[in-house]
Design a protein around this ligand. Structure first.
Ligand SMILES: C[S@@+](CC[C@H](N)C(=O)[O-])C[C@H]1O[C@@H](n2cnc3c(N)ncnc32)[C@H](O)[C@@H]1O
Length: 246
């Protein structure tokens, strides 16, 4: 069971994603818990202002330090010790290896930025780690937080109906082999014969080889990072020997 504590100005954004399908079932089964905190609740003054103009000028508004410091401190104090993670395009890029690391924690505290971002003192003096979901800029950290929740939840025992489906997924080492379902023939395109042969060993080998082919074609960097050994090395040689290759 992992607890996600989310600090956001837009808690309503989470309801639809958490209220459907696998995440809904994971919440209902107590496999994950998601607590949402609107850090405007920690803002002071009549207007509960959470943002202000940037020193030095420039576009956009910057999230003020006081409400974030107060909110993060209050939330952090509840429950097991946990690093505070800021969602930011400047952070460590999320990949499946990092998702696995996060899935081993009992609790994640995710801070969602907005507008032009957060005051640097939050990042420097309160946040323990910074995480990006990719090299593009979104308008807020809410979608990134949902990406983290879903990617992490999939790895927790019992969340997926069949745990094997997470094990066979693409990443971190290889892309998954092509998949087919019925009908056997669609608009003249047939399913590879081996998949309907009933020959389990031949199917296993075909999948392994096609997974390598995909990885070689689309993500050769993964083969460099995780060099093939044994059967994989032999299959890779077979691929290199195919007409049109090598
Ligand atoms: C418009 S962005 C601010 C970007 C900031 N001015 C910068 O260049 O680093 C507003 C907020 O969206 C979130 N965000 C945007 N893109 C993201 C990404 N790729 N990964 C994680 N969070 C992101 C962050 O929380 C950020 O504070």
């Amino acid at each position: 069971m992992i607890r996600f504590d989310i600090l956001t100005l837009f808690p309503e954004m989470f309801a639809s994603v958490l209220g459907e399908s696998i995440l809904k079932r994971a919440v209902q089964a107590g496999l994950i818990e998601v607590r949402l905190f609107d850090f405007r609740d920690w803002a002071e003054g009549r207007h509960r202002q959470v943002d202000d103009v940037p020193y030095g000028g420039g576009d956009g508004m910057v999230l003020k330090p006081e409400p974030l410091f107060a909110a993060i401190r209050a939330v952090r104090a509840e429950g097991p010790e946990s690093p505070v993670t800021l969602l930011t395009p400047q952070g460590r890029r999320l990949d499946q290896a990092l998702v696995q690391e996060l899935a081993a924690r009992p609790r994640l505290i995710l801070v969602c930025g907005r507008y032009a971002g957060v005051d640097e003192r939050v990042r420097r003096h309160l946040v323990d780690e910074e995480l990006s979901i990719g090299d593009y800029v979104l308008s807020g950290g809410e979608l990134p937080a949902l990406v983290v929740i879903e990617a992490v939840a999939r790895l927790l025992p019992g969340v997926l109906g069949n745990q094997d489906s997470a094990a066979a997924d693409s990443f971190p080492r290889r892309l998954e082999a092509p998949q087919y379902t019925r009908p056997l023939e669609f608009e003249g395109h047939a399913v590879p014969e081996v998949l309907v042969s009933g020959h389990h060993e031949a199917i296993r080998r075909w999948r392994k080889k096609e997974s390598l082919r995909r990885t070689l074609e689309r993500r050769p960097d993964l083969l460099e990072k995780y060099p093939p050994e044994g059967e994989e090395a032999a299959l890779l040689e077979e691929l290199a020997g195919e007409p049109g290759r090598g």
